[in-house]
Design a protein around this ligand. Structure first.
Ligand code: ATP
Length: 277
């Protein structure tokens, strides 16, 4: 398989640890996207720096998956610009894409490749040197050792998710896009994934973490991007969100989220009967 990708130059060495003054790993400017009569993204602009975890939140249909799929290069850019580590996603697409990893909300591996072959394929595609030891430790980390010879088509939902993590982590990308990364995982898998995401950012990778699990966002994200109806409604640190958006001192992230995405939600919701007093 190595010969297939000989035309690509080897991947760069990973970025150093998080430096707040470092140039952004991702710059998004004026992104717009419509599906027939739905305007899914409207003039969306934001940046993510190396080592930062950006929590992407918003109600159902807000445009989060559309934004991630566009940045991943899966959906064509209708208008606006995306640049990954200074490489324009359209003009310099190979250089941009080789620096990014994407775990979609429902990963679909190749039916006829085994788990181990997915890693081998990824290593060849991204020209990862000495990948076998790293692949082995990722199989272990994401509890796939016993499934190394299982075909993609035989994997459960959670195992597909774990394989997507392993393949995304293998080339040490500079930017990782995670769309509801914990859905389908068992409690051990959730713990491993949370730890792996945190560690990835500490090693200097920029991460976008899209999730409805506000507790996960609160625990891992250093910044928050709230979108609603395709528009950015807040972009800043969690502290800034508390200062700018919190309806009351000491408001939870859930209350901040409701405040940012419309009072109507607060008005319409009954008190949570499961909340601890
Ligand atoms: P959720 O939290 O429910 O996953 P989201 O924030 O990820 O939602 P998107 O999936 O990006 O939102 O959808 C944004 C808007 O675009 C919605 O109004 C949705 O109905 C619409 N949309 C998404 N994909 C398509 C498609 N393939 N065809 C038509 N409309 C679409």
């Amino acid at each position: 398989m190595d010969d297939l990708f000989d035309s690509l130059p080897p991947a760069d060495a990973p970025e150093p640890m998080h430096d707040p003054a470092a140039p952004p790993a991702l710059v998004v400017r004026g992104l717009a996207k419509s599906y027939e009569d739905t305007q899914a993204l409207v003039d969306l602009s934001f940046e993510v720096r190396p080592g930062e975890i950006l929590g992407l939140v918003g109600p159902n249909g807000a445009g989060k998956t559309t934004a991630l799929r566009t940045i991943a290069g899966v959906l064509p850019i209708e208008s606006g610009q995306v640049s990954v580590c200074g490489h324009d996603l359209v003009a310099d697409d190979v250089e941009a894409k080789r620096r990014l990893g994407w775990v979609p909300d429902d990963p679909q591996p190749f039916d006829t490749l085994t788990v181990a072959e997915h890693l081998e394929f990824t290593a060849a595609l991204f020209r990862v040197a000495d990948w076998r030891g790293r692949a082995e430790s990722l199989l272990e980390r994401f509890e796939l050792i016993e499934k190394r010879d299982a075909l993609g088509g035989e994997l459960s939902r959670g195992m597909r998710q774990k394989l997507a993590f392993a393949c995304t982590w293998l080339p040490s990308p500079r930017l990782v896009l995670l769309d509801e990364p914990l859905s389908g995982l068992d409690p051990r898998g959730i713990r491993a994934a949370r730890y792996a995401i945190d560690e990835l950012a500490k090693e200097g990778t920029a991460v976008i973490l899209s999730s409805h699990l506000l507790e996960l966002i609160q625990a891992l994200a250093s910044r928050l991007l709230i979108v609603d109806k395709g528009r950015k409604v807040f972009d800043g640190t969690l502290e800034e969100a508390r200062t700018d958006l919190a309806p009351n001192p000491g408001s939870s992230l859930e209350e901040i989220f409701f405040a940012a995405t419309g009072e109507r939600v607060l008005d319409a919701l009954p008190a949570d009967p499961t909340a601890t007093p």
